[in-house]
Design a protein around this ligand. Structure first.
Ligand SMILES: Cc1cc2nc3c(=O)[nH]c(=O)nc-3n(C[C@H](O)[C@H](O)[C@H](O)COP(=O)(O)O)c2cc1C
Length: 214
C-alpha cells in the first residue's frame, strides 16, 4: 500500500505492518489497543540504534489522521533525525532552567510539535467556549504519534520542559504565528520496559456516571 503524505513524499507502508495480528478480522484493534495503552511507558534512555524513517512516517501518518476542532488540523511536526541538527536544537532549547531535559538530546530523534495558531478557532474558542481547542488538537495528534511509535516497539517521551521561546528563535519562526506545544523524544529503549501496571489513579477517582466528579 502506498500513502501520499505530502506532495513528493511517498510512503511505502508494508502491508504486513498494518495487517499484522494486532488487528482482528473486523479490522478493530480492540484488546490489542488496550494492551498497547497498558504497556506504553515514557522512555528517557535510548539505544544508539537508528530509527527507520518508515517507522517515523507511520507515526506521522497516525498523527495526520487525528481529529481536530472544526477539522482545523493545526499541528505541525518537525522531525530532527540528523545528528548535527538535532544536537543544535537540543543545545538551543535545553539550557538554563531547562538543563534538566538535556539528556533528551541523546535520543536518536527529537520531534517538535507546534501548532499554527488560528485566531478564529483558538481565540474565539478560548473566549466563547473557554477551551483552547488547538491545544486539545495538538495533544490528540501527539498521542496518536506516540501510540503508533509504541506499536512499532519504539520508545517515546513527551517533553514539556524546554525553552519554547528559544525553540521559535532556533527555527526562525518567531512572529510567524506558531506556538510550540511539546517535543517528543523517539528511539529504541536502552533497557526493557518496566513490568507491572503503570501508576494511575483508579477509575473510581476519574470517571463518574451521570453525576459530577466528587
Ligand atoms: C505534556 C507532557 C509533558 C511531559 N513532559 C515531560 C518532561 O519534560 N520530562 C519528562 O521526563 N517527562 C515528561 N512527560 C512524561 C510524563 O512524566 C509521563 O507521561 C508520566 O509520568 C506517566 O508515565 P508514563 O508515560 O511512563 O506512563 C510529559 C508528559 C506529557 C503528557
Amino acid at each position: 500500500m502506498q500513502l501520499c503524505l505530502r506532495e513528493g513524499v511517498r510512503l511505502q507502508v508494508s502491508l504486513d505492518l498494518w495487517s499484522s495480528s494486532a488487528y482482528s478480522s473486523r479490522g478493530m484493534p480492540e484488546a490489542n489497543f488496550l494492551k498497547l495503552c497498558q504497556t506504553r511507558r515514557s522512555v528517557r534512555r535510548f539505544s544508539d540504534r537508528p530509527v527507520e524513517r518508515e517507522k517515523l512516517e507511520l507515526c506521522l501518518e497516525a498523527a495526520r489522521l487525528a481529529p481536530s476542532a472544526d477539522n482545523g488540523q493545526p499541528w505541525r511536526f518537525v522531525i530532527f533525525d540528523d545528528p548535527a541538527k538535532k544536537k543544535a536544537l537540543a543545545d538551543a532549547v535545553f539550557t538554563g532552567v531547562f538543563l534538566a531535559s538535556k539528556h533528551f538530546g541523546e535520543a536518536p530523534v527529537l520531534v517538535v510539535l507546534l501548532i499554527k495558531e488560528s485566531l478564529l478557532i483558538n481565540r474565539a474558542g478560548g473566549w466563547v467556549a473557554g477551551v483552547q481547542f488547538q491545544l486539545v488538537d495538538a495533544g490528540i495528534a501527539g498521542e496518536h504519534f506516540v501510540l503508533a511509535a509504541a506499536e512499532q516497539d519504539l520508545g517515546t517521551c513527551w517533553i514539556g520542559w524546554f525553552d519554547s521561546r528559544a525553540l521559535l528563535r532556533h527555527l526562525g519562526l518567531k512572529g510567524h504565528g506558531y506556538r510550540p506545544i511539546a517535543l517528543i523524544a523517539v528511539g529504541y529503549p536502552a533497557s526493557d520496559r518496566p513490568s507491572g501496571e503503570p501508576r494511575r489513579k483508579p477509575l473510581a477517582q476519574i470517571a463518574f456516571w451521570n453525576c459530577p466528579p466528587r
